[in-house]
Every structure is written in structure tokens, then in C-alpha cells.
Design a protein around this ligand. Structure first.
Ligand code: 0L1
Ligand code: MG
Length: 257
């Protein structure tokens, strides 16, 4: 039996991102399942690497109930981050370069000494060198931000850009820190790091486990976005967005007009 055309689907998703043009969902029509969708994601990111981008980390998606409810999907997923997706803290993005950008407050880890594949993270402070507040900019390449689980996995879990705030040493607890997402100085979302799988440290175990199933090993020096603490909000032209995470500080970005 002939399977889905992985390269062809990756080309469609890549072109949608490059031209900021939404496309219809692909999974049902092409017979994509979760495993094949991760193959599409690898091919999609490979296109970026072939044009000179570097793999700099991993992100977890749908780690909170709010996010799962927002998109109608109920499994944790992971995607790949490249250097071209990183926006300096306080920097600007052009919202017209995206289809329907949304922003969400996250917690980032700077990875250090990770366990062997298949092993759980024993000592978190050994595996993670530093933590930071972060903003993820997500942009589904599918029309109306609607997709099935294989669709969103193939689309690199809607990854588009990210901002990392100042790194701090790993604090004693990360499991119930207050989180705000402010837009133009007003609070748009309120949450807690507890929304990230009960404790964002759990996201690292999940990332190692789930990526390992597809032969991907996390590396020292990589960034790891543990997941969003609230639902995502649309990024409007001219908006100033700030994520505030208790004990960790802030990360911000501006959308140009
Ligand atoms: O980072 C995320 O949680 C996004 C995962 C994909 C779902 C979405 O696009 O909202
Ligand atoms: Mg996210």
C-alpha cells in the first residue's frame, strides 16, 4: 500500500508558512496518522535546515487543559525550534509575515546534562542549567486555526517564533508560579505554571520520552519551551506583549504596524 506523500505534504505546509497563506487541513484526505505526521514535521523542518537554519531546541504543545480545550485536542505534542524563530527579548515581529498569529506565556529551560534515552530526569537541576519566562508565537498554517491532531503535529505544532526573557538559576519550586500575559499594559490572561502538566518540570520528561520515540535526542545547550500556562491570544498589529512569570521575571515583544 502506498502511504501519504510526506515530502509533498511538507512542501505544502512550508509554502503556506513562507507565503503566510492558510491551507485546508490535510490529514483526513492524505491518511496521515500521528507517527507519519511526525515524519512530515521532520521533513518540514529539514527544509528550513537546508536553507541555513539551525535546530536550537524543542517545544511542547497542548500541555494545559486551556490549550487542549481551545483547539479541541487532548494529547501532549512536541515540535522543533530553529534559530530563525528566535526573536530577541523586547524585539519586534511583523504580524503580516504570519497568517493569524497568537501569543502565549511559557516557561523555557536551558538544557544541560540530560539522562540517557528512556531514562527519567532524575535531578532536574542537573538536566536544566537555567529557566526563563518566555513567549511563544504560534501560527497554524491551517484555515481558521482548525486542525486534527496529525494535522497540527505535521505543521510543527504551529511553531512560528519565540522570545526568551532573562535566564535565572533553577528555583526551588516551579509548580505554582503566577503567570500573566499583558497586551498593551492590560492583563489579557492570568494563569499558573501548574497549568503546564501540573508542573512544567514534567514537560521535560514528556519531551524526552515523546521525542525519543521518533529518534530525537535532546541536546545540552538547547532551549526547551515547556508549554503555555494560559490560552493563546491573537497578536494584533502594533501590540506590545509581555509575559510575567512570578520569580522568573518578564519577556516581551512588539508587533510592528
Ligand atoms: O504551543 C502550543 O501549545 C500550540 C500547539 C498547537 C495548537 C495550537 O496551534 O494552538
Ligand atoms: Mg506553546
Amino acid at each position: 500500500m502506498i502511504g501519504p506523500d510526506i515530502a509533498g505534504i511538507a512542501d505544502k505546509l512550508g509554502a503556506a508558512a513562507d507565503t503566510a497563506t492558510a491551507i485546508p487541513q490535510l490529514a483526513a484526505e492524505t491518511g496521515l496518522d500521528v507517527d507519519t505526521a511526525y515524519g512530515v514535521q521532520a521533513a518540514l523542518v529539514q527544509r528550513r535546515l537546508e536553507r541555513g537554519e539551525r535546530l536550537v531546541g524543542l517545544k511542547m504543545g497542548l500541555t494545559s487543559r486551556a490549550k487542549m480545550a481551545q483547539v479541541g485536542v487532548d494529547e501532549v505534542i512536541w515540535g522543533r525550534l530553529t534559530d530563525a524563530m528566535r526573536v530577541p527579548d523586547g524585539g519586534a515581529v511583523n504580524p503580516t509575515a504570519y497568517i493569524h498569529p497568537r501569543v502565549e506565556p511559557e516557561v523555557a529551560f536551558l538544557l544541560d546534562r540530560l539522562p540517557e534515552p528512556g531514562e527519567p530526569v532524575g535531578d532536574f537541576a542537573t538536566a536544566v542549567r537555567a529557566v526563563a519566562p518566555a513567549i511563544e508565537l504560534i501560527d497554524s498554517r491551517y484555515a481558521d486555526f482548525r486542525f486534527s491532531l496529525p494535522d497540527v503535529i505535521a505543521d510543527n505544532t504551529s511553531a512560528a517564533a519565540f522570545v526568551i526573557g532573562p535566564w535565572s538559576p533553577v528555583p526551588a519550586g516551579l509548580d505554582n508560579l503566577g503567570v500573566l500575559l499583558e497586551v498593551d499594559g492590560r492583563v489579557a490572561q492570568v494563569g499558573s505554571t501548574a497549568a503546564i502538566l501540573g508542573d512544567p518540570r514534567r514537560a521535560l520528561d514528556e519531551g524526552i520520552r515523546l521525542a525519543g520515540r521518533h529518534g530525537v535526542r535532546l541536546e545540552s545547550g538547547w532551549v526547551f519551551l515547556a508549554g503555555a500556562a494560559t490560552a493563546a491570544v491573537p497578536l494584533r498589529p502594533g501590540a506590545h506583549v509581555r509575559a510575567v512569570v512570578e520569580k522568573l521575571g518578564t519577556a516581551s515583544l512588539r508587533a510592528s504596524l
